[in-house]
Design a protein around this ligand. Structure first.
Ligand code: NAI
Ligand code: MG
Length: 378
């Protein structure tokens, strides 16, 4: 089975880590021999934006629909305002391709140290999957500035969050299905319905409706987002699967990544659980202008995202459940290939081949080569 993958490396370290991920995926297909990747690459970078005035060309995002998956590096550079890259490319891809579920797993890798000193002794204390609502909420883009000049003394801006029943129901159902696949079967719902009394109250009400369908199968609880940051730091072992809005989960998942040791290891999947359109896989970090071009970016978040892509593609021929979560088996040993890649990453960090953000001395290339070698040994 051949999978057509389109790579959008973007800017800065996005380019380095995408190249590293392609090397690892190519090693994986050679090692397993039961599936193939055909890569196309699109230069939708900030450099191109400055040259020609756009990231994705007319019709470019529609054209992504012909691929099996999208592999994304990171986009954004100091000489282009960040809301332009976000709104001209990343957010339109997510909405056009119905990628309403953003899944962000977090674990502490062997041989690395978490800022949670209590966890360093017991890495299993931090093992979470954050499910982020990826299509609406605070990032709906509605609002405006009056008058349009931000310099006027009486300027007023609104930033309207939009919550729909359909949008809320589907992300909760996806989160419960995710919790079902986890050993602890525990779902924590994050909200701010004490202060935000419209959208967040609807969010809570629909949560308890959907929870009824999972009664006795998934344990669940509710947290205010501010208290949630405290619980993540003080009682990490009390959490398992977490569901939150677009903004809340954006912030909590950066905290989760930091608690697991480095933002450089954290992966994310932008999924269309209906599988009508391709899903997109990317590390959660950005283009890191401060370390770009030095060959020291941690490629593990990119590899983990690649493993998630392989796992997702394993369900391409119907081996996944109704929410698109692969339950085992799948296309041509691809679940095993994803597990193999994760094991190879763990073996490499355990041996101490780590980039500087994890306290090591190795560069991007050394870590990439070590993971490729380890794939053959697993
Ligand atoms: P960032 O994630 O690029 O960097 C934050 C800090 O983490 C920096 O000190 C950086 O050196 C470090 N870091 C990030 N990834 C690393 C890795 N793989 N290995 C080692 N260290 C790593 O976030 P920042 O600085 O806020 O954003 C930089 C640019 O990236 C901005 O233009 C922003 O808009 C964009 N961005 C793009 C994202 C995307 O494409 N999805 C996500 C986040 C930011
Ligand atoms: Mg973020």
């Amino acid at each position: 089975r051949t999978f057509n993958i389109v790579c959008i490396p973007g800017d800065g370290i996005g380019v380095d880590i995408t190249e590293a991920a392609v090397q690892v995926l190519t090693t994986l297909e050679k090692t397993f021999g039961t599936f193939n990747f055909k890569f196309d690459t699109l230069d939708w970078s900030s450099k191109k934006y400055r040259e020609r005035g756009y990231y994705a060309p007319e019709g470019g995002i529609e054209a992504l629909k012909k691929y099996d998956a999208i592999y994304f590096g990171a986009v954004g550079w100091p000489d282009v305002p960040d809301h332009i890259s976000l709104w001209q490319m990343i957010l339109p891809i997510r909405t056009t391709l119905n990628q309403y579920a953003n899944v962000r797993p977090t674990r502490i890798l062997p041989g690395t140290v978490s800022p949670l000193s209590g966890c360093a002794a017991d890495p299993s204390a931090l093992d979470w999957v954050i499910v982020r609502e990826n299509s609406e909420g605070e990032y709906s883009g509605h609002g405006g500035v009056t008058p349009s000049s931000a310099h006027a003394a009486h300027t007023v801006a609104t930033e309207v969050s939009i919550f729909t029943r359909a949008g809320i129901e589907r992300i909760f159902r996806f989160a419960f299905e995710t919790a079902l696949t986890r050993p602890r079967k525990l779902l924590t719902m994050v909200t701010k319905s004490n202060a935000q009394r419209h959208g967040m109250v609807l969010w809570d009400a629909i949560f308890y409706e959907v929870a009824k369908e999972y009664e006795g199968r998934v344990k669940y609880d509710k947290m205010l987002v501010d208290a949630m940051t405290v619980r993540m730091v003080m009682r990490p072992q009390s959490l398992d699967t977490i569901v939150a809005t677009n903004l809340h989960a954006d912030i909590l998942s950066d905290l989760a990544a930091a608690l697991s040791g480095s933002i450089g290891i954290a992966p994310s999947s932008n999924l269309d659980p209906t599988r009508e359109f391709p899903s997109m896989f990317e590390p959660i970090h950005g283009s890191a202008p401060d370390i770009a071009g030095q060959g020291i970016a941690n490629p593990i978040g990119a590899f983990w995202s690649a493993a998630e892509m392989v796992r997702w593609l394993a369900g391409a021929d119907g081996a996944s459940n109704s929410e698109g979560i692969v339950q085992g088996g799948g296309v041509g040993n691809m679940v095993q290939a994803a597990d193999c890649l994760m094991q190879a990453i763990a073996n490499v960090t355990e041996k101490g081949v780590k980039t500087r953000d994890l306290g090591g001395q190795s560069g991007t290339k050394a870590v990439t080569d070590a993971v490729c070698e380890e794939i053959g040994n697993v």
